[in-house]
Design a binder for this molecule. Structure first.
Ligand SMILES: Cc1ncc(COP(=O)(O)O)c(C=O)c1O
Length: 391
């Protein structure tokens, strides 16, 4: 099928909720993807911060192929080795955060739904607080926490009793919590909202406030987790211990998976069948996720994200000092935003012409979320392309 036919089919037969880039991607290898004409691109999108190991990583391909030949599906009413091993692994990596048990699902939004239900079950309270510019997903519960009115308003009524407070304003957070607040949902860095960093001390204050008020703190690490920011969990940068953490995106290297990782007492407040998922914790995705954790550890990829991220960010900051189009560069590790003075559509097209795929985060922010195997040479090539595109 040629590119034109593929684009026509998607245009004619998909529910038209996705704005499409004019590009048919056919395959990937490492930090590169190739379109249907064979043109190579450096992939700074990674399926929106998903392909942490890049594309076609041999460890992931091997784990998935081997597991597919053994067993793809297994209801969570039965035990299964890849699931058991992954649950143990998640407990081990989340131990420094004080978290011990996981609920496995299939996406970020489901990881948030689980956290909302668990918060209500544990606290017996009803209300939630989230932040302006925050993004937590698009199913009815998670959508209630997501801020952007254009995403939420056509679908009301959503979960009632959600308040949105200004991100970074600890006093506003303190004032918004009342005796019926079950949980506060925060991103360590607001990803979709424009790669927005927390002001110094904000997350630590949020932790203290939640503890004082008897409200749970849920940190949404769906975009910031899996090593992207230079720590396995971004929460570690800030020294905070959340009551629950949500993961998805890179957790299984591109296979669909979400995880809600919780404190022991929260897990113990749940009763059988109060929550569940047909596909959650299936052996195929669990095997993939184990391969991701193994590879991240073996190849020191968290450190790589920190090192190459700092290198890339320095290059971008140097560029920002010279170019008038750039307002600000921000982020951590390989979660980087570059705020421009005008909409980013043309920059994205210019980059694609030069063999670089990047993303937007809102109208004016260019977002770079490459695989965490990204190298300095990859970063140099992206910087060279940007240099030509940005005025
Ligand atoms: C911080 C955050 N939470 C939740 C989600 C929703 O994840 P999913 O699209 O897998 O449902 C996203 C997706 O971009 C996200 O960035």
């Amino acid at each position: 099928m040629d590119a034109q036919q593929i684009m026509e089919l998607e245009k004619n037969f998909e529910v038209p909720v996705y704005p499409k880039r004019n590009m048919v991607l056919a395959r990937g290898q490492g930090t590169r993807v190739y379109d249907s004409n064979g043109k190579e691109y450096i992939d700074c999108a990674a399926g929106v911060a998903v392909a942490v190991l890049g594309h076609n990583h041999p460890a992931l391909v091997k784990a998935v192929s081997e597991q597919a030949g053994k067993m793809i599906t297994c209801s969570s009413s039965f035990q299964n080795e890849p699931r058991a091993r992954l649950l143990e692994r998640l407990a081990a990596v989340a131990k420094p955060l004080g978290l011990s048990r996981s609920f496995l699902s299939n996406s970020g939004t489901e990881a948030i739904e689980a956290a909302m239900k668990f918060a209500r079950a544990y606290t017996k309270k009803k209300n939630f607080i989230a932040c302006m510019s925050g993004f937590h997903g698009r199913t009815m519960g998670a959508l209630s926490l997501t801020f952007k009115p254009a995403y939420r308003e056509p679908f009301v009524p959503l979960v009632e009793s959600v308040k949105h407070v200004r991100y970074g304003d600890a006093n506003a957070l303190r004032d918004a919590i009342d005796e019926n607040t079950a949980a506060v949902f925060l991103e360590c860095i607001q990803g979709e909202g424009g790669v927005r960093m927390p002001p110094d001390g904000y997350l630590q204050q949020a932790r203290e406030i939640c503890t004082q008020k008897g409200t749970l703190l849920v940190i949404d690490e769906i975009q910031t987790g899996m090593g992207r920011t230079g720590k396995l969990f971004a929460s570690e940068h800030f020294g905070i211990k959340p009551d629950m953490v949500t993961l998805a995106k890179g957790i299984a290297g591109g296979l669909p998976m979400g995880a809600t990782i919780v404190r022991e007492e929260i897990a113990q407040s749940l009763k059988p069948l109060q929550h569940g998922s047909t596909f959650g914790g299936n052996p195929l995705c669990c095997a993939a996720s184990l391969a991701v954790f193994d590879t991240i550890e073996r190849d020191h990829l968290v450190q790589n994200a920190a090192d190459v991220g700092a290198y890339f960010m320095n290059g971008l900051k140097r560029m920002a000092a010279e170019k008038k189009d750039i307002r600000e560069v921000r982020g951590m590790g390989l979660l980087i935003g570059m705020e421009m003075k005008k909409p980013v559509k043309d920059y994205l097209m210019g980059l694609a012409e030069r063999g670089v795929i990047a993303l937007s985060a809102g109208d004016t922010v260019l977002r770079f979320v490459p695989p965490i195997i990204f190298s300095r040479e990859d970063a140099d090539k992206v910087l060279a392309a940007l240099n030509e595109v940005v005025g």
